[in-house]
Design a protein around this ligand. Structure first.
Ligand code: UTP
Length: 485
């Protein structure tokens, strides 16, 4: 038991009290010593836990960001003056068969793994639990994770190669995610080939740059953003495993897009071998729906490619158009990337390679020194997070491929309206219908072209129209019919 009266002297070296004194000293230097305000009230287990939390804090980073907040600066969120639209490859510009064959060779050689970022909190959707468990497909209501698992199983079978799957969870949803996969026998992929990696956290800061306590012994933290993937992949040993196994390319996507092509030979081929790529960071984009659409935009500055968040793109640029009326800054990010493993190893060196962004957030906490619970009615704090797309400008050459929204992007983000379960369902039904139509099926539609039937195609059956086995293609899907193939 540590001596309470001993706080000033520091206690025996290595004792709880000595460690408290050392922690207090470090916290004082950055104006955050209020974190130990309730020390005298805590039992030893809570003290140990609190000291461990303090030890794991990147205090230099916290201090830098706290100063930025106090000065009214959002450190990562300014836009360079020479911003121009990124140069984008379109299918019409390339030999699709050539690059697809190149990608297929890379996949067959076992050089590709999938990576899903699934550590988000899914607050907009309002789903209680990991978003990957959300029932997403139109007829069979498969959870998102199952959709990806089936697509990965299909890729393994098709290319005769191991395709490992890494999934970034967060400390908040890791246990539930693990339990979900275990209870579904890892969807037949083999437990050893699916790796869950919890991401790190960063402290939330008050508007005057002070860290918050969610209880007297717990520092309020939030997951460190999808950019935390770089650190998580390194610290978990995943990058090391990939290097050992000859995996040099990571096909990365978010957890909420059931239309994603988890392993796309064309994209992999372009990423690994096209002259516009350094095989470091490649991305897929879709044309923006309109100037106001809330997606990041691929831009160029100082010879580098970068993503500018919709909220940071000046309105005049967002709406500027070519003579034919099309948007100049039109390359909307859909968060599908290919990353080179050596590139991730390179940028993972040196903590904080990715800049920190600030977001306003409601953070319940206890007041200091009163110790009263505070439930803020409106955002009271700043959440610090990193974004994976900030890795793009670190690549020597970043390839950007435009793709078809209807084919590859129907995310489930909001409870209703755009990017919701309902809009994603419609997009999935439409894509399945289109695939069958392209293979000769007559699909029931009304005069306006709206579907009058429901079709779902399992990723185990096909991951594009051409893969659907001829014997499964019906002559017709009639009005009111539901068809699962
Ligand atoms: P979103 O920006 O959609 O955030 O994440 P979210 O947390 O899922 O949802 P909201 O904003 O609370 O409604 C995009 C992708 O990045 C992952 C998410 O799981 C999703 O796949 N992500 C986000 C992480 O893995 N970690 C994070 O810290 C944040």
């Amino acid at each position: 038991m540590s001596g309470l009266g001993n706080s000033g002297s520091g206690g025996r070296p290595g004792s709880l009290e000595a460690r408290r004194a050392a922690a207090l000293e470090r916290l004082k230097q950055v104006g955050q010593d209020h974190l130990l305000a309730f020390w005298d009230r805590l039992d030893d287990a809570a003290r140990e836990s609190l000291l461990a939390q303090v030890d794991s804090l990147p205090l230099d980073v916290v201090d830098r960001e706290a100063r930025a907040i106090r000065a009214g600066r959002a450190s990562a969120d300014s836009v360079p003056p020479d911003l121009a639209p990124a140069s984008v490859l379109r299918r019409g510009d390339i030999d699709v068969a050539h690059w697809s064959a190149a990608g297929e060779r890379v996949i067959r050689a076992g050089r590709v793994a999938c990576f899903t970022v699934a550590g988000g909190q899914g607050t907009r959707l309002g789903w209680d639990g990991p978003k990957g468990i959300f029932p997403s497909t139109p007829l069979s209501a498969k959870p998102l994770f199952q959709v990806f698992a089936e697509a990965i199983a299909a890729a393994r079978a098709r290319y005769g190669a191991m395709v490992r799957w890494y999934i970034m969870t967060s400390p908040l949803n890791d246990a539930q995610t693990r339990e979900f996969f275990a209870s579904h026998s890892w969807f037949g992929l083999g437990a050893g080939t699916v790796t869950l990696i919890p991401q790190g956290t960063l402290p939330s800061l008050s508007r005057d740059g002070r860290m918050l306590l969610s209880s007297p012994s717990v520092i309020a933290v939030n997951p460190d953003g999808h950019g935390g993937a770089v650190r998580a992949l390194r610290d978990s040993g995943a990058l090391e495993q990939m290097r050992r196994e000859g995996i040099d390319t990571l096909s990365m996507f978010q957890v909420d897009n059931p239309l994603v092509r988890v392993v796309d030979p064309l994209f992999i081929g372009l990423h690994t071998e096209h002259p516009a790529s350094s095989a470091e960071a490649s991305s897929k984009v879709v044309p923006k729906r309109n100037a106001a659409e809330k997606v990041g935009v691929f831009c160029a500055s100082g010879g580098r490619t970068m993503v500018v968040e919709y909220s940071d793109l000046p309105a005049a640029l967002a709406s500027s158009a070519h003579a034919d009326g099309s948007l100049r800054f039109n390359a909307g990010s859909i968060a599908i990337h290919a990353f080179g493993v050596p590139f991730l190893e390179r940028i993972a060196q040196g903590a904080g390679a990715l800049p920190l962004h600030h977001a306003a957030k409601k953070v319940p906490h206890v007041s200091v020194p009163e110790g009263q619970p505070v439930e803020p009615p409106s955002p009271n704090a700043v959440k610090l997070e990193t974004f994976i797309f900030d890795a793009v400008p670190l690549a020597t050459k970043a390839l950007v491929l435009e793709t078809d929204r209807d084919e590859e992007f129907a995310p489930i983000k909001n409870a209703q309206g755009e990017d919701s379960p309902a809009s994603s369902r419609t997009a999935q039904l439409e894509r399945a219908a289109r695939w069958l139509e392209s293979r000769g099926t007559r699909v029931a539609r009304d005069a306006s072209g709206a579907l009058r039937c429901e079709i779902e195609i399992s990723p185990l059956t096909a991951c594009d129209a051409g893969e659907i086995p001829a014997r499964l293609i019906p002559r017709e899907v009639s009005e009111g019919q539901t068809l699962m193939i």
